[in-house]
Write a protein that binds this ligand. Structure first.
Ligand SMILES: Nc1ncnc2c1ncn2[C@@H]1O[C@H](COP(=O)(O)OP(=O)(O)OP(=O)(O)O)[C@@H](O)[C@H]1O
Ligand SMILES: [Mg+2]
Length: 313
């Protein structure tokens, strides 16, 4: 549905996106992540046909058409990173304006107003809106056409929890209806909850692309289990007693205070538990944490950054 084919974009000497190959299929939600200035907005703008590639191509829809063709605009809906609307119009007038522009049925207006929770503010002038309300209005406008391709640039940046809930529902509907959604975000929690795949741009280059299940595996590998053991008179299971037995299963196991720390994938944990029980040790407490997307993201960016001159950012 969305296809970047060796897409590059330079602004003068500044190479904003460098040879991007990426596909977003029907019914797929892809999150584009990356540090400030890494080329995310440039990528979305190219898909929206707003900038011309310096090299390569961006294709949209089925059958694929160049994003540069006016006809390609009909298959897409684009939410810019910076939305701005005329201050002197009401939210409803703005939604109505875009509805007419795209020749859509009138029933779409109350639907998107409700969906973006703008009912209360729809009759007020946009000049009186808060930042989050303007963003909700932008989302309402983006949702109007029910297009097969959604391009959303930082859609959740200013949303409150209710707004986030509405956005989640929007993404869920889009997925169920077989649309392709490409969105950018710095809110890793939103990304992890919503996306089927995660692409990371650093210095204009795609440095990682993980599916939700790849991500789950990567995060599980980075998890950690902590065990506390019940004291038994006359027995000692300090580091010296327990670690040599556990390390063949979990080489990174260590002892901290009164806890045995077992880093590594969730799959190793039952075996460690079985083992400590066979040593005759009673487990008094167990906690397990999975890896955090934030940490993995920072590592992937840091690995890629020096090679792309992003280290100082
Ligand atoms: N119109 C332009 N003229 C010159 N340089 C530009 C232009 N648009 C973007 N750039 C440069 O291209 C690079 C990528 O910018 P882009 O806006 O795509 O980044 P981004 O990943 O969206 O960043 P952010 O997370 O801050 O929104 C940056 O170095 C930026 O300065
Ligand atoms: Mg941007």
């Amino acid at each position: 549905m969305i296809s970047f084919r060796s897409f590059s974009k330079s602004f003068g000497a500044q190479l904003a996106v460098d040879g991007l190959n990426l596909e977003v299929a029907r019914g797929e939600v892809l999150a584009l992540l990356g540090p400030n200035g890494s080329g995310k907005t440039t990528t979305l703008k190219a898909a929206a046909g707003l900038i011309v590639p310096s090299a390569g191509a961006v294709m949209l829809g089925e059958p694929p058409r160049s994003a540069q063709e006016p006809a390609a605009r009909e298959v897409l809906s684009y939410l810019p990173q910076k939305v701005s609307f005329p201050d002197a119009l009401t939210g409803r007038e703005i939604v109505e304006f875009y509805r007419e522009l795209r020749d859509l049925p009138g029933e779409r207006v109350p639907k998107v107003m409700r969906f973006a929770s703008l009912n209360g503010a729809g009759e007020r002038m946009v000049g009186t809106y808060s930042g989050g309300m303007v963003q909700r209005l932008g989302l309402a406008v983006a949702m109007l056409p029910e297009a097969p391709v959604f391009l959303l640039d930082e859609p959740t940046a200013a949303l409150d929890p209710d707004g986030l809930c509405a956005f989640d529902a929007l993404v869920q509907h889009a997925r169920e209806d077989g649309r392709a959604v490409l969105f950018t975000s710095h809110q890793l929690g939103d990304v992890e909850r919503l996306a089927d795949r995660f692409a990371i741009l650093v210095g204009g280059r795609l440095v990682a692309c993980l599916s939700a299940s790849d991500l789950k595996d990567r995060l599980a590998e980075r998890g950690v289990m902590r065990l506390r053991f019940a004291p038994v008179e006359g027995r000692d299971w300090t580091a010296e007693a327990v670690l040599p037995a556990v390390r063949p299963l979990a080489p990174a196991a260590s002892w901290s205070g009164d806890e045995l720390i077992v880093p590594g994938p969730a799959s190793v944990r039952p075996r460690v538990l079985d083992l400590v029980r066979t040593l005759g040790i009673e487990v008094r407490g167990l906690t397990a944490d999975e890896g955090q997307l934030g940490e993995l993201y920072r590592e992937l960016v840091a690995e890629a950054a020096p090679a792309h001159g992003e280290g100082a950012k």
